[in-house]
Write a protein that binds this ligand. Structure first.
Ligand code: SAM
Length: 260
C-alpha cells in the first residue's frame, strides 16, 4: 500500500500497489478490464440513479455552461456520461456559442467507448483526451470549469490531484467533484450491506472480473470525510468550498472556486 511507504500521501490504494505509480497503473488496468461492461454495470448497480446525479451536477454549473466560449474539462470521464450531461446542459435553452468540452481519462478503452457514444448527434462533440489527471497536458489557467464524477477517488494522490485541477483552472474558475459517500443512520446501515456485500457480488458476476467491485467499497471507505476533503480543497487553492449530499449522502458534490 502506498500509505505504508509514504504516510503523508493520501490516495487510492488498490491491492498490491507499492507506490503512487503502481497504484495508478493498477487503477488504469482495473478500469480497462471492466470497460466493455462498465455502462451496463453502472446503471444496474445504481438503479439508474447515477443519471440523476450527473444531470444534477451539470445543472448546478449552469452559470458557466451557458457562458459563451466557456472551456470545460471533465476529468476521469470514463465512458463520458458526465461529459455528455454537461454538453446537454450547455446546449439547452437559448442558442449560444457552445462551450468547448473536453473529456480526459487515462484508460484508452474507456475513451473509445465515450467517443463511440458521442457519434450521430448534431451537437458539437466533446474532445476526448487520453491523459493522467495528475499530469494534465493543458496550460495553466485554461479551463473555466473542471468536473470529475466518481473518478477523483481513484487518484493515487488526492492533494496532487487538487493542485493539478487548480493549475488548469482560470482564477475564479470552478471545480465540481461528484463522488460516493457514506450515508448515516438506518439508511446507511442498509446501504452498507448492499454496497459491501451485494454490489461486489453482482459486479463480479456481470463483469467477469473480481477485483474492481471489491475495490469500490474499499476505496469509498478510505476516501476523506467531507470535512477533511473541504479542508484539502481549501489548502490546494480553492475558496467557497462546499459539499452537497445527494440521495441521503450515497453520493455528493464537492465544489470550490479557484483563488484569484
Ligand atoms: C468510476 S470511473 C468514472 C467514469 C465517469 N466519470 C462516470 O461518471 O461514469 C473512474 C474513471 O477514472 C479514470 N481514472 C482514474 N484515475 C485516473 C487518472 N489518474 N487519470 C485519468 N483518469 C483516471 C478511470 O480510468 C475511469 O475511467
Amino acid at each position: 500500500m502506498n500509505q505504508e511507504l509514504n504516510p503523508r500521501i493520501v490516495g487510492a490504494a488498490p491491492a498490491g500497489a507499492q507506490d503512487r505509480e503502481s497504484a495508478s497503473a493498477a487503477v488504469r488496468e482495473m478500469f480497462t478490464s471492466i470497460a466493455p461492461r462498465y455502462d451496463l454495470l453502472n446503471h444496474v448497480l445504481s438503479f439508474n440513479i447515477d443519471r440523476l446525479w450527473w444531470r444534477r451536477t451539470a445543472r448546478s454549473f449552469d452559470a458557466i455552461l451557458k457562458r459563451p466560449n466557456a472551456r470545460v474539462l471533465d476529468l476521469c470521464c470514463g465512458t463520458g456520461d458526465m461529459t455528455f450531461a454537461l454538453r446537454r446542459r450547455a446546449n439547452s435553452g437559448a442558442p449560444q456559442i457552445p462551450p468547448q468540452i473536453v473529456g480526459a481519462d487515462f484508460s484508452h478503452a474507456m475513451l473509445q467507448r465515450a467517443a463511440a457514444k458521442g457519434k450521430g448527434t448534431t451537437l458539437r462533440p466533446p474532445q476526448w483526451v487520453e491523459a493522467d489527471a495528475l499530469r494534465l497536458p493543458f496550460p495553466d489557467g485554461y479551463f473555466h470549469l473542471v468536473t470529475s464524477a466518481f473518478g477523483f477517488r481513484n487518484l493515487a494522490d488526492y492533494d496532487a490531484g487538487l493542485r493539478e485541477i487548480a493549475r488548469v483552472l482560470a482564477p475564479g474558475g470552478e471545480c465540481g467533484i461528484l463522488d460516493f459517500g457514506e450515508p448515516g443512520g438506518l439508511i446507511g446501515q442498509c446501504y452498507r450491506v448492499y454496497f459491501k456485500k451485494v454490489l461486489p457480488a453482482i459486479g463480479t458476476v456481470l463483469s467477469g472480473v473480481r477485483g474492481p467491485y471489491a475495490y469500490l467499497p474499499a476505496s469509498v471507505e478510505r476516501f476523506p470525510s467531507p470535512d477533511e476533503m473541504l479542508s484539502r480543497m481549501h489548502q490546494s487553492g480553492f475558496r467557497e468550498v462546499s459539499f452537497t449530499p445527494y440521495t441521503f449522502g450515497v453520493a455528493g458534490l464537492y465544489r470550490g472556486v479557484k483563488n484569484a
